[in-house]
Design a binder for this molecule. Structure first.
Ligand code: HEM
Ligand SMILES: *[C@@H]1O[C@H](CO)[C@@H](O)[C@H](O)[C@H]1NC(C)=O
Ligand SMILES: *[C@@H]1O[C@H](CO)[C@@H](O)[C@H](O)[C@H]1NC(C)=O
Ligand SMILES: *[C@@H]1O[C@H](CO)[C@@H](O)[C@H](O)[C@H]1NC(C)=O
Ligand SMILES: *[C@@H]1O[C@H](CO)[C@@H](O)[C@H](O)[C@H]1NC(C)=O
Ligand SMILES: *[C@@H]1O[C@H](CO)[C@@H](O)[C@H](O)[C@H]1NC(C)=O
Ligand SMILES: CC(=O)N[C@H]1CO[C@H](CO)[C@@H](O)[C@@H]1O
Length: 326
């Protein structure tokens, strides 16, 4: 009996330890319903919109930071933590990570702390701000963000490798990493559509322009587009030059990315890779329709925003998004 009980207890403890949160652990309007802070989400949107009005590139920046947060140790704001001592944090994983927009998160946090001190997590602020920044031009939310995330206390640069695909990843690698986050092919293709906004540094794709070291370009890249990219990028690549990922519409969140990919004008090998699997290639074509893309993107963002979230007694509400509480 005692044995059975302790085995039972052991199993329960294991479940508690192993269980990672998911989207279903979050709820709409968490701060209004459970924390008596009904202003929180509106305030995040107000500050974010004021910022994006002045800097329209912020939507792409914050969306990418949110994605990197969720894929590495879950959506727990670990990406926001600065390095302490010799412990390099996630954001040190450069040059690949070229992330921006951290000051905006700091400012939102400061404003929210004034109204509801110690209540609203940095992880929720990041998820909301990414949504609001991308949605600003539409004057309505492109996807829902459920809330209730807590902030983690660990951020390790060594966690990044293996959890974030590289721009050189092939389809199998992309698919495996996404599946490890419970994201399927529909999610992979839809979320890749985020590359309809924003820019990339030449180093993220320049190897496609001199593919075998003989000055030839990647055969899976449209030759005219390759010639265009060669004109944009100095040789050897200059660390500061950037190119719009969806040329002519880097600021508009639309479905052009999918038409570009279908014309062999996806910028990265990882974009082109979506055509190498028959199922995913079909989805790319479906998503040329804005309605089909936006409907799936909304679903996939809600799934992504729930990856391994900390909820309830787990984690903490950071005072300052860049450092764990003392
Ligand atoms: C499928 C695997 C993915 C790969 C391999 C990938 C890779 C990259 C790379 C290399 C860059 C350019 C970095 C630079 O050179 O500065 C980039 C930019 C970007 N990525 Fe992805 N990404 C992926 C998925 C995603 C997802 C899921 C999202 C969001 C839902 C996302 C959002 C963005 C955005 C918005 C930018 C532009 C950032 C800016 O303009 O500052 N990416 N991505
Ligand atoms: C470094 O990371 C380890 C493991 O997460 C943690 O236990 C330790 O406190 C960290 N040290 C510093 C200086 O942050
Ligand atoms: C291509 O790469 C090779 C090997 O790194 C280099 O010698 C050559 O100059 C490059 N050619 C062009 C056109 O960039
Ligand atoms: C990179 O290019 C920019 C302008 O295109 C220039 O201002 C900068 O000096 C260049 N940097 C290097 C290291 O060549
Ligand atoms: C971008 O615009 C230029 C000139 O306006 C046009 O030639 C080019 O085809 C466009 N590219 C895309 C991908 O639509
Ligand atoms: C496409 O990718 C999925 C998921 O990785 C895989 O199950 C399927 O076999 C692939 N299809 C082909 C034709 O490669
Ligand atoms: C695109 C790019 O610069 N990738 C690099 C990212 O960082 C890792 C580790 O530092 C390198 O191995 C990649 O080449």
């Amino acid at each position: 009996m005692r044995f059975v009980l302790s085995v039972g207890f052991l199993l329960i403890s294991l479940v508690v330890v192993v269980k990672a949160g998911s989207a279903s652990d979050l709820i709409p309007n968490f701060y209004k319903i459970t924390r008596n802070c009904p202003q929180a989400e509106k305030l995040v949107r107000q500050v974010t919109w004021a910022k994006v009005r002045k800097d329209p590139t912020l939507g792409a920046k914050l969306l990418r930071v949110h994605y990197h947060d969720c894929f590495v140790r879950g959506c727990d704001a670990s990406i926001l933590l600065d390095t302490v001592g010799t412990n390099q944090s996630e954001k040190e994983a450069r040059p690949n990570l070229t992330l921006g927009g951290f000051e905006v998160i700091d400012e939102i946090k400061t404003r929210v702390e004034r109204v509801c001190p110690g209540i609203v997590s940095c992880a929720d602020i990041l998820a909301l701000a990414a949504r609001d920044a991308v949605s600003f031009p539409f004057k309505k939310s492109l996807w829902d963000v459920d809330t209730g995330r807590k902030d983690g206390r660990v951020s390790l640069v060594s966690d990044v490798t293996g959890n974030l695909p590289s721009p050189f990843s092939d389809f199998q690698t992309l698919s495996n990493i996404f599946l490890s986050k419970d994201l399927d092919i529909n999610d992979l293709v839809a979320l890749s559509g985020a590359h309809t906004i924003g820019v990339a540094h030449c180093s993220s794709f320049s190897r496609r322009l001199n593919f075998t070291g003989k000055g030839d370009s990647d055969p899976s890249l449209d030759p005219d587009y390759a010639a265009f990219l060669k004109r944009q990028c100095p040789n050897p690549p200059n660390a500061t030059t950037t190119v719009g990922m969806d040329p002519n519409s880097t600021l508009s969140f639309d479905s052009h990315y999918f038409s570009a990919v279908n014309r062999n004008q996806g910028l990265f090998q990882s974009d082109a890779a979506l055509l190498t699997n028959t199922t995913s290639a079909k989805i790319v074509t479906q998503f040329e329709s804005p309605a089909a893309f936006l409907t799936q993107f909304r679903r996939s963002m809600m799934k992504m925003g729930g990856i391994q979230v900390l909820v309830g007694d787990e984690g903490e509400i950071r005072k300052n998004c860049r450092v764990v509480n003392p």
